[in-house]
Ligand binder design. Structure first.
Ligand code: SAM
Length: 478
């Protein structure tokens, strides 16, 4: 009944309905319409180029992807999009319905930039005559990002920094829904950017996620002052490529022969075998960002890390756990405090977020702070510059005993962080084996990977401590 009313309203107002399903239950989300137009043919018809061996196909659990139907040599152009195909936001001097959109976009905080372009996507999705309909109709109907999780599955993530981000996004969508409704309330039909349709938090969430999971930030048009700024844009067909940290394709931007049109190309980075999927690198991101923006997590992600709040209480608890008591943790000496300020861990507006894991393994600021707090005299420390104090590869700059104490404290911090999770990895694994819904599985996988980041850091610092102690033994014997 409700659906038929919606369809009738859409045909009366010459717009397409913006309703969407609340959550992605299956691993293969359906497209906006059951049989969308052929995207490859559309790109070619619009003057773009698509290599004859490029096909759209199911890429296992990654959804649809682009696959090579025959071998392709290194350096080949796979897709070329002329300037009018990417979907971008509007210019600030737009008028009518577009100016309403520009004004709404001004209410979107910079960090949620995807919502801004999402408004434009919703506008085109609502418009029956949209140039981009062949593209939009091929977009997934639902997304597996946590803003669409049930409250229980949000809790299942078990990791405070991501819970904070999910809550922030949900709160923003609910508040933005109110602002959008208020702005649209008394608009004349010709000024309504969504063809007279109601917008709610769910359609806003769909649009924000369609953009965050598919848009690329590329050079935009040249400004009058000659500068090019990066602008987010949706790249039809190119955004069918799935992610890999070891991609076989890359995006390049080039001017056409007449130097009038900026072309966006996908080029083979390697030679590509028949049946191989084309993959792009979405960025060196943590699993938090992959989950929040794209709705998936990556096992063995070298960029995954955990975030902790550096404070005296954490360090005191860690020192109790290691048995290395040090009163200076909560009340450092003035010279130590000075270095902590230099590290931005003390002072007027300190940044107390520190990371473990990722390529750095231990954030340099945390390592330097511990090395300095365990040092007994200012003179030894002052012989070293901040770069060597923050570097894990600088071997024990303040001596072996100092390094062992700092590393053991990091091990203890890891243990405390691990104990903050309400479940153990073994319990998570048995839940996964029992079979759970797709979103519960994703939430559990996320927390398992966070725990494995912590365990990896623990075993790495443990190895370093052993090595240092064995070196010390050799030195003492000789
Ligand atoms: C830019 S789109 C790629 C095309 C998409 N697979 C589709 O069906 O339309 C990005 C989305 O693809 C999926 N994806 C891409 N790379 C993935 C990967 N390495 N693992 C799991 N899912 C992936 C995620 O759903 C992500 O949000």
């Amino acid at each position: 009944m409700a659906a038929s009313k919606m369809a009738m309203m859409a045909s009366l107002t010459r717009c397409r309905p913006l309703t969407c399903a609340a959550s992605a239950a299956a691993s293969y989300p359906a497209r906006l319409v059951p049989h969308p137009p052929d995207l490859i043919k559309w790109v070619r018809r619009e003057g773009g180029f698509v290599h004859e061996a490029v096909e759209i196909s199911q890429d296992g659990p990654n959804g649809l992807g682009l696959v090579a139907s025959q071998g392709i040599p290194y350096g080949s152009e796979l897709i070329v999009l002329p300037n009018h195909i990417p979907l971008k936001f509007l210019s600030d001097d737009s008028d009518g319905a577009d100016s309403v959109l520009v004004n709404l976009a001004r209410q979107v905080p910079e960090e949620l930039w995807a919502m801004k372009l999402g408004l434009r996507l919703l506008q085109e999705r609502a418009n029956v005559e949209s140039f981009w309909w062949p593209y939009i109709s091929n977009l997934p109907e639902t997304y597996s990002v946590p803003i669409f999780f049930s409250g229980e599955d949000i809790k299942n993530l078990q990791y405070a920094p991501i819970l904070h981000q999910v809550n922030k996004r949900c709160r923003f969508l609910l508040n933005f829904e109110k602002s959008v409704k208020h702005v649209l309330e008394n608009l004349k039909p010709k000024d309504h950017p969504f063809g007279g349709q109601d917008i709610d938090a769910s359609s806003l969430g769909w649009a924000m996620t369609a953009v965050s999971s598919r848009a690329f930030r590329l050079h935009g048009e040249k400004l009058p002052n000659g500068i090019r700024i990066d602008v987010p844009m949706m790249l039809p067909l190119i955004d069918m490529c799935n992610h890999s940290f070891n991609p076989n394709a890359r995006i390049v931007q080039e001017h056409d022969a007449g130097n009038t049109n900026m072309l966006i190309k996908v080029v083979a980075k390697n030679s590509i075998k028949k049946n191989e999927f084309f993959q792009l690198n979405y960025g060196c991101l943590s699993n938090d960002l992959f989950l929040l923006d794209y709705g998936f997590v990556i096992p063995l992600n070298p960029y995954d890390c955990i975030e902790l709040k550096y404070d005296g209480a954490l360090l005191d608890a860690a020192s109790v756990a290691t048995g290395i008591s040090l009163p200076n943790f909560s009340s450092p000496a003035p010279w130590q405090q000075q270095i902590l300020s230099q590290l931005n861990l003390d002072g007027e507006a300190p940044n107390l977020k520190v990371r473990l894991g990722g390529p750095e393994l231990v954030e340099g600021r945390l390592l330097a702070a511990l090395r300095v707090l365990f040092a007994s005299d200012a003179e030894t420390v002052q012989k070293h510059d901040i770069n060597s104090l923050t570097s894990l590869s600088a071997e024990a700059p303040l001596g072996i005993a100092n390094e062992v104490a700092a590393l053991r404290t990091i091990g203890a911090i890891c243990l405390i962080a691990l104990e903050h999770f309400p479940t153990k990895v073994m319990e998570d694994e048995s839940l996964l084996k029992r079979g759970v819904s797709a979103s519960t599985e994703l939430a559990i996988q996320f927390r398992v990977l966070k725990k494995s980041v912590i365990m990896d850091v623990m075993s790495d610092v443990g190895r370093r401590v052993k090595l240092l102690l064995s070196k010390e033994e050799v030195t003492n014997q000789s």
